[in-house]
Design a protein around this ligand. Structure first.
Ligand code: PML
Ligand code: MG
Length: 253
């Protein structure tokens, strides 16, 4: 039996009562792994740079193993830039290389920059027109149901690549699920953690890691997914795409 462990923490009360989101985490684990990982997840909740939460929600649910899909993790390509401007220019170029129109790429960047507060989930933009196509407002589309198939192996594989760190570990798993979603051609993301300025462009194959995409101290970040709407039809609708992102359990190998 496998279990999904989800944590979300907030300050000023629960999220649903207006509390400010501090952090979240998700794991999909065998029963014998739960105890150890719960401590990590709890530590994560109480030691976040955004502050100490006064609300922590921990949910443990059994999941049906037949419903799990296994997907490959993206390759990491580390880029070098020396300023935010250079980083954003590179992000735009990478998006365009991956069939996003210049207009949509610009719109994607400015949609995150224009946010007044961090978006919990992601904004879905049409890869050609740059128009937002989901109606989820400030909540965005929440990607859940993701974890590495084997946490230890996954961390070792990152180490072999010379990479470590919680932000990367979690973002790479998420980006790998997003890449596996039909009709999504690319993703743009940077963190909401004020001191963390690294972001990435995710494509079908690669995780293009960009060292600077925002100013230090900026507490606003988010994600944009670029959708090829010509791949949507009666058999695969926008709702199906969102359902995959929000509900399908995907383990990354
Ligand atoms: C986040 O943690 O909010 C997103 C982090 C994006 C970049 C992660 C990395 O590659 O270090
Ligand atoms: Mg964060």
């Amino acid at each position: 039996m496998m279990y999904s462990i989800k944590m979300r923490s907030a300050k000023g009360g629960p999220h649903e009562e207006g509390g400010k989101h501090i952090s979240g985490a998700e794991r999909i684990l065998r029963e014998d792994e739960i105890e150890e990982e719960l401590i990590n997840v709890y530590r994560r909740a109480i030691t976040h740079e955004k502050g100490k939460p006064d609300f922590i929600n921990l949910k443990i649910e059994a999941i049906d193993e037949d419903k799990i899909l296994y997907k490959k993790r993206l390759n990491i390509i580390q880029h070098k830039v020396s300023s935010k401007e250079e980083g954003l220019k590179l992000a735009k170029e990478l998006l365009i290389k991956n069939t996003v129109s210049e207009e949509a790429a610009k719109e994607g960047i400015s949609s995150i920059q224009k946010l007044k507060e961090s978006i919990h989930g992601a904004m879905l933009l049409d890869k050609d027109s740059g128009k937002r196509i989901d109606d989820k407002g400030i909540k965005g589309v929440r990607v859940t149901g993701i974890a590495s198939a084997d946490i230890k192996k996954y961390k070792e594989s990152l180490k072999r690549d010379g990479r470590e760190g919680l932000h990367l570990e979690e973002a790479l798993i998420l980006a790998s699920k997003i890449a596996s979603c039909k009709a999504i051609v690319a993703e743009l993301c940077w963190s909401d953690d004020p001191s963390y300025v690294i972001g990435y462009v995710g494509t079908k194959e690669n995780y293009h890691r960009i060292p600077i995409l925002k100013d230090k101290g900026n507490p606003v970040g988010g994600r944009v997914f670029f959708v090829d709407t010509s791949q949507l039809n009666d058999n695969y609708t926008l709702e199906d795409l969102i359902d995959y992102l929000e509900k399908q359990i995907v383990l990354i190998e």
